[in-house]
Design a protein around this ligand. Structure first.
Ligand code: PGA
Length: 263
């Protein structure tokens, strides 16, 4: 894993957006996996800026979102469909036909999950997957104990996740208990992964998934198995890492890294 330590949320967002922009410039019809939550908001703002000010072209990009609450219609203001249109899609030149967000109101969720997996495959697989991390270590809604081989499916949300996400709802009773989520196995098949995390409440879990053992109780630790995972942290989220000196040395000696590793 490449661990990039940044000063603050702004720099974290710029670096995460920069990774996506580089991928889209290199391959205009890239398949990009997207995430929701507070973490990627700055990344999306920067992508919108890059589109408006620097002409970053999304017209051929195909997107797949990680997850959606079951039981919320796409127009519900706390649905992830709504979030994505409000915070990214409506501000860039993406073709709506190329956008995929799991549907929260499907009749047959199992059938939908199989269809979603097939659509990812038909698109040629995900080139770059953006991730956040839950305070319980989840990626997408893969709660502790999710199999590292899991595929898109219905998942029951942890109490901690329901509590964390209740800040977006009028009351905790309104937070859905189920979601459709890409599996850990689905995520690990992306060719590149960028996980961003910020804030003190993510410090402990970041130290565990980056420097602790691979553990299905912290599903983000599955990224240790991925050959191209980039972890971008703000200062608060990196505060409990033990090997900060090493990560900082790499950042400060980019010219040498470039010479020997070619990037
Ligand atoms: P957050 O959520 O970005 O709102 O902290 C992250 C997550 O639960 O994956």
């Amino acid at each position: 894993m490449e661990v990039i330590l940044t000063e603050d949320y702004n720099e974290m967002s710029k670096i995460s957006a920069g990774e996506i922009a580089r991928q889209v410039r290199k391959k205009p019809n890239s398949v990009i996996g997207l995430a929701t939550g507070s973490t990627p908001l700055g990344t999306y703002k920067e992508l919108i800026r890059l589109h408006k000010e620097e002409g970053l072209d999304f017209s051929k990009v195909i997107t797949f979102n990680l997850d959606e609450y079951l039981g919320l219609p796409p127009a519900h203001k706390e649905s992830y469909n709504f979030f994505m249109w409000e915070n990214l899609f409506k501000h860039i030149n993406i073709n709506p036909e190329n956008v995929h967000v799991p549907q929260g109101m499907v009749e047959d969720a199992e059938e939908f999950c199989e269809w979603y997996e097939k659509e990812i495959e038909k698109a040629g697989g995900i080139d770059l997957q953006l991730l956040g991390i839950g305070s319980d270590g989840h990626i997408a809604f893969n709660e502790p104990g999710s199999s590292f081989g899991s595929r898109t499916r219905v998942k029951t949300l942890e109490e901690q996740t329901i509590e964390d996400n209740s800040r977006f709802f009028n009351s905790i009773d309104e937070v859905p208990h189920f979601a459709i989520t890409m599996g850990v196995g689905t995520i690990l098949e992306a060719r590149k992964i960028v996980l961003a995390a910020n804030g003190k409440n993510k410090a402990q879990v970041c130290a565990r998934f980056i420097e602790g053992p691979i553990d299905s109780q912290i599903t983000a630790s599955a990224l240790q198995l991925h050959p191209h995972a980039v972890i971008v942290l703000d200062e608060a989220a990196s505060s409990q890492l033990k090997r900060k000196k090493y990560y900082n040395w790499i950042r400060d000696n980019k010219h040498m890294v470039k010479k020997y590793l070619g990037r």
